[in-house]
Design a protein around this ligand. Sequence first.
Ligand SMILES: [Zn+2]
Length: 734
Amino acid sequence: LAENNEIISNIRDSVINLSESVKDGQKNPEAINFSQGSISELFPSASVLPAVDSEDCLFASKSRNHGSGVQMLDVYDILPFDNPDGGVWKQGFDITYNENEWNSEPLQVFVVPHSHNDPGWLKTFEDYFRDQTQHILNNMVIKLQEDNRRKFIWSEISYFSKWWDGIDSQKKDAVKRLIKDGQFEIVTGGWVMPDEASPHYFSLIDQMIEGHQWLEKNLGVKPKSGWAVDPFGHSPTMAYLLKRAGFSNMLIQRVHYSVKKHFATQKTLEFFWRQNWDLGSSTDILCHMMPFYSYDVPHTCGPDPKICCQFDFKRLPGGRVSCPWRVPPEAIHAGNVQHRAWMILDQYRKKSKLFRTKVLLAPLGDDFRYAESSEWDQQYQNYQKLFDYMNSQPEWHVKAQFGTLSDYFEALRKESNVGEKSSNSFFPVLSGDFFTYADRDHHYWSGYFTSRPFYKRLDRVLESYLRAAEILYSMALVQSSKSEKMSVFPSVDNYKLLTEARRNLGLFQHHDAITGTSKDWVVVDYGTRLFHSIMNLKRVIIDSAHILILKDKGAYNYDMSTPFLKMDHVQSSQDSLPRKTVIKLTSQPRYLLIYNPMEQERLSVVSVNVNSPRVKVLSPLGKPVAVQISAVWDGATTVSHEAYEISFVAHLPPLGIGVYQLLEVQSSEAVLADYNIYLRNSKQEKPDRLFKIKEMQNSVDNIILENSYMKLWFSGMSGLLEVSSSSEHSTFLG
Ligand SMILES: [Zn+2]
């Protein structure tokens, strides 16, 4: 971590240097010098590197006085991670209070009913929707209308939009009314509740936009409070994205138990979360960290799960679920209300001692809760009796009620005098992240960072295709509107494919999808969605590129059965690796389209497979391009003569398509790659007819690969990487 800090500090220094030299009107000579060595001849002049505008790096030019109160990197140094038994609150400590603490200012309790709906985990998205989610939302509309004191929150728009598409207009009107009256609130409102470690930020933003645009279009709603109770650790990037999306408040839950306990003692469970690089306060967002083990009812009313479980009325005797602490809930009636209300108030008061204000949040829900009508009655009726009793006891100094998440945050801001924008000194400022999560003992949730890597890769592939397809489609749409002939461009069909792909990518950002924590058959469902969308996006890319590259737009003709172009990669099923198409060369040119989906001019090494080594490549201007031919390997030591990999440097304008020509020639000027094959105990095979392959027999020496930046040592015995070194550091790999 210290090393990381140093790296960040170095980056900041270099940005300061860079922005200062730009200010001085001189360019950093190192930054514009692309590379040394022979490769530089392949590049045109270095002027393609964009200049850094000093206004782009405001954070670097500000004072270094970091106002941050809590720095997570320091917190980890303080914590002993000794995990002592904390009593009823296992991972915490005993909480005490004085009876008269609330005499001058009553305790305000907001009980927030919620239902955590995973868009796929033990069941697929569709199965959950059919069996549980649709019933939860249907009952929500009925049960909230029965009593206007009832509240409910919802976060996953993937489910909500699917449900919305199947309900009648009367029900839709009722939902809009419930939102307007403040009984029902959409929290976060992303397509899913995303994982915060594995996704690329592009997908995090994209799934949030997909949810928010759906909400704006269908409900006219803009969420303002974030709700993330189940992601396995929390990232400041999510806080930043929420802030930039216009949010004022957010809630997080799965944080290392030792951090929670430390924050509880310091009363820093509520804080303004500030980006590490922000030297002002522009990124501050008010964050509530839930103090206990879980978001279920036993761990949300107060520190003692044995008591809190008795206030989860779905677990009343005779039901399907019970309390593992072996004391069941009791339905509330005149004979027990005084005692039961006192019991839960005691928990509320203890929980409130961990926070700085007398406003208390008590979530009331769990996974896929509130599916049955009877469950709504059990929870809402019993809690209303408890509230009515508590609120009628003036000497208890409490006002308890159902609330939405924003009801809670509004009361919190009011009591702490924190306005919408300012972060006064009432709450601490915190910078850093909440990884790696442990929920108990040494149970660190780090395996999911790398598990099911095949699908983690497929996610990135779909992400890149989506971005590429969206840009090409948008440009093609503009072109197609220009002439009658091009109105056959399948804009509506392609738009549907784009939307579906965006939603499938969004779905995969769910905290049980990209993480790899769902059941195998659910993984196959996600994989199939990603795979189909990749195929569909290829269609959008081909259709759009077709329109864009035609010189004579009048010649445009759309025929779905004979696509104008083919893609370089072919993947045959959701769980198979992609194969490269082998391009058949002739003396007539084959056209190779290369697309740059980035907004910057770009020089990239492009590799494609062809069927002949006698190859010539011409640039879009018809000039020959330097080419390297590498072997395509049939086995560990056998070279294929069906296919050859050719590589060349493509130079493309921003968002541009380059049309390169490939042709077979009698004598090629392409450079052949040389090979050293390290073998032990193998027979000498006959030399390859094309490539120079040197066989290194019985090698036990280390194999070293190096360039001007890096040196790698591989064991001559095992072939495994043992040491890597950059110009500054060496790393020994176990
Ligand atoms: Zn979940």
